[in-house]
Write a protein that binds this ligand. Structure first.
Ligand code: G3H
Ligand code: 13P
Ligand code: ZN
Length: 418
């Protein structure tokens, strides 16, 4: 096992229960397996190292959503090609879509990670599998049991107290099995939530509450609300895209202050333990990409005939047709997080989530291929185009997040054998 130059900090569960003693494993010394508990503790330590490293080395790990084999191939291949760490994430929607649920993704992930790391020669465990937005304990438990490296328990829609209770239950279960837990505090309010710009801040994560939340739950990372939101339209027309980096810095610092390992230390101390913050809703939703989507707009034949009839004969209800057409035209609308501001979160955010950009690209490429080859009925043709588009987006994110080339230092044994 190769050991890396992490500072000699230790990780421990600070949500002690009466029955369980906190596990304390120094990072940077050989954590060879000595017992059943040791295996799990070592696994959690490695995932924590993986999530802390970007904060020290100033890059951000892209966390990219997958839904099927092609999207998994696309993002995993991009990671090995660019030698970037990667978090492959699966949402509740993706689990429902796959007939074998989370087990489908574990099997697919293991195979692809193993095969593609051999093909490109990368460090296999720099690519990890994560549950995105696990809505309750049961979903998290199922993914922990299935072999995920990390799970997100998202109880942010509940009250603070309920969020704490649900998160703590997931943390207790996952930690005993060596699985890392991301939680969420605050609401990611977007334009679509009809929350007025002025009141958007009200849904932002409070730094002191965040510290209390981490103290009470023992979660390993925290998703916060600092201005981003899910989907293609994150900001109103008259709103300037922004990330509240001051708040982000304060959240991180307040959390770090309560960590047991940091007691009696200063943030400037070499052994100060950094806490991984996660940024959701970080797609850039580029205008060009959304224009591309619109260029190959597929309007149902029924509607195009209505338009033609109206144009040629002047018959039909023009207003009604315009109303029906509107959703198609609105596809072109997007306002995301400009990639030029990604660098403002370096050293603050360990993991940055992107789904919308991948969805838009796969759809644009498939539409384009279909439009250009109207007689083709071979799904591999358009799926291939969709896959290469997703791979392009993934590799591009790895460049702009400065994670490309950063996977080489993580050469530990695989936690899950490929
Ligand atoms: O944050 C959510 C992701 O974009 C996943 O979306 O629930 O439609 O799969 P989904
Ligand atoms: P986007 O909608 O900005 O891609 O966010 C994805 C996300 O946060 C997944 O959890
Ligand atoms: Zn999200």
């Amino acid at each position: 096992m190769e050991i890396h130059s992490f500072s000699p900090i230790s990780i421990q569960s600070y949500s002690k229960t009466k029955e369980e003693k906190p596990v304390s494993i120094p990072i940077g010394i050989n954590t060879d397996i000595v017992s059943f508990t040791g295996i799990h503790a070592s696994k959690l330590t490695k995932m924590t190292e993986f999530m802390t490293k970007p904060l020290i080395e100033k890059y951000t790990i892209p966390a990219l959503n997958i839904n099927n084999m092609e999207s998994a191939e696309a993002v995993i291949e991009a990671a090995f090609k660019t030698q970037s760490p990667l978090i492959v994430q699966v949402s509740a929607g993706a689990r429902d879509y796959a007939k074998g649920g989370e087990k489908t993704f574990v099997a697919m992930f293991k195979t692809l990670r193993s095969e593609l790391s051999k093909k490109y020669g990368g460090a296999a465990d720099s690519v990890r599998l994560h549950l995105d937005h696990g809505e309750d304990f049961k979903v998290c438990k199922d993914c922990v049991d299935a072999g995920f490296d990390s799970v997100m328990i998202d109880a942010s829609k509940h009250s603070f107290e309920e969020n704490v209770a649900i998160t703590k239950q997931a943390v207790d279960y996952a930690h005993k099995r060596g699985v890392f837990v991301e939680a969420e505090l605050g609401r990611l309010a977007g334009v679509e939530d009809k929350i007025r710009v002025q009141s958007k801040d009200a849904a932002f994560t409070d730094p002191l509450e965040a510290a209390e939340f981490v103290r009470l739950t023992g979660c390993d990372s925290l998703a916060v609300s600092v201005g981003t939101s899910h989907g293609a339209v994150k900001y109103a027309d008259d709103e300037k895209p922004r990330i509240d980096t001051r708040r982000l810095r304060k959240i991180k610092r307040e959390i770090e202050k309560i960590l047991p390992e940091n007691q009696g230390k200063k943030p400037s101390d070499q052994t100060w333990r950094q806490f991984p913050i996660v940024l959701h809703g970080a797609s850039s939703a580029p205008k060009e990409l959304f224009k591309e989507l619109n260029e190959f707009l597929v309007v149902p034949r029924k509607l195009t005939s209505k338009i033609m009839t109206q144009l040629i004969t002047g018959k039909g209800n023009g207003e009604k047709i315009a109303e029906e057409l509107l959703p198609y035209l609105q596809m072109a609308k997007s306002k995301g997080v400009p990639e030029r501001i990604y660098s403002s979160v370096t050293g603050l955010v360990a993991k940055l989530n992107v789904d919308t950009d991948l969805r838009a690209k796969v759809t644009a490429n498939i539409k384009k291929t279909m439009a250009e080859n109207p007689t083709n009925i071979d799904p591999r043709k358009y799926n291939k185009a969709g896959r290469s588009g997703q791979s392009e987006i993934a590799a591009h994110k790895m460049e702009v997040l400065n994670s490309a080339g950063k996977s080489t230092g993580i050469k530990t044994k695989l936690d899950i054998q490929g």
